[in-house]
Design a binder for this molecule. Structure first.
Ligand SMILES: [Zn+2]
Length: 102
């Protein structure tokens, strides 16, 4: 799960406020106003099929993305590869769990 920030209009505050954007993978899971705490969750019934579709695309495009990274900076790629490989199952499990736990 990753968090980004953006200024959006809060429907409770009726003001433009800073919001936390919570992502599961590349899919927006929820939006939370940092001023009042109002949270809007996206339906997991809608997110799960979209997440699985996105995951399929990510897995299919992974070799090409790895090749580009290796071509851009071979040493950093080789040094980071073992840790990146070890992290993948945990990363996917955490993303999936964030969708189904609700
Ligand atoms: Zn608010």
């Amino acid at each position: 799960m990753s968090v980004e920030f953006s200024d959006l209009t809060c429907e409770r505050c009726d003001l433009v406020t800073e919001h936390e954007l919570h992502y599961a993978g590349r899919l927006l899971e929820s939006v939370r106003c940092t001023r009042c705490g109002h949270r809007v969750m996206l339906s997991h019934q809608a997110l799960l099929p979209a997440y699985l579709h996105d995951l399929e695309h990510r897995v299919a495009s992974k070799p090409q993305r790895m090749y580009r990274r290796a071509a851009r900076d071979p040493l950093a790629f080789l040094v980071g590869l073992p840790l990146a490989v070890v992290r993948q199952p945990t990363k996917f499990a955490r993303e999936l769990w964030s969708l189904v736990r609700r």
